[in-house]
Design a protein. Structure first.
Length: 222
């Protein structure tokens, strides 16, 4: 195990442990044909250890989240392989890096993929990421107390994963509204709604305290 200049930690772990880590939902759409091509090219399952996998780590109020952000097609094959309880384990190399929030993960993902052919305009998930990054930076002012969080959340907080799903369903890839225009509109709606909250309601009161009301709107602000 060693640490590189950018703070990334390179280490060897069992492939079964990697298979248990979720694939980041901000990744490009998984290409089943590419998974098949990789599978057909393998002489042995251990060939999947030839290149490192990148893992993002986010700490959120005592919870640690890990996601595979590079190598998702190979990771998919590992997940399938280890469904067999008798599957023989082997070691792989991962590059693990810690981030303050998902906006930093999105930016890092863009950096590590600058030399790869990624259709940022055509892929709806990657298009959604372009809107999510400035949205997070606008509203998650305190990385230690984010109002927009991964996974399932309760109101008045907002789920990053659900936000991404809604943006994709709204065909964000075809929007003419720019990411900054979208964020500015969301800020306007958020601040207007804060003024109209019924503070006798505990959830509304909490929303007022954290100065974030969009989690109360069931994504009608999109």
């Amino acid at each position: 195990m060693f640490t590189s200049a950018d703070g990334s930690i390179w280490k060897q772990i069992p492939a079964s442990r990697l298979a248990a880590i979720d694939i980041w939902k901000g990744n490009r759409i998984l290409d089943e044909n590419h998974v098949l091509r990789i599978s057909q090219s393998l002489e042995s399952i251990t060939d999947l250890s030839a290149n490192p996998y990148r893992i993002a780590v986010i700490e959120d109020e005592g919870q640690t989240y890990r996601y595979v952000i590079d190598g998702q097609h190979r990771a998919r094959l590992l997940k399938t392989y280890f469904k067999d309880p008798d599957a023989k384990d082997f070691d792989i190399v991962v590059i693990e890096k810690q981030f303050d929030d998902e906006a930093d993960v999105i930016n890092y993902f863009k950096i590590i993929n600058t030399t790869k052919s990624i259709q940022w305009r055509e892929d709806p998930i990657l298009a959604a990421n372009k809107y999510i990054e400035p949205f997070l930076r606008e509203f998650n002012k305190d990385p230690k107390k984010p109002v927009i969080r991964p996974g399932k959340v309760n109101r008045p907080y907002l789920s990053i994963d659900r936000l991404r799903e809604v943006l994709v369903s709204k065909h964000v890839v075809d929007w003419r509204t720019t990411p900054l225009e979208f964020v500015a509109r969301c800020r306007e709606i958020n601040d207007q709604q804060l003024d109209d909250l019924d503070l006798s309601n505990l959830t509304h009161k909490r929303a007022h305290q954290i100065r974030f009301s969009l989690g109360m709107l069931d994504f009608s602000f999109i």
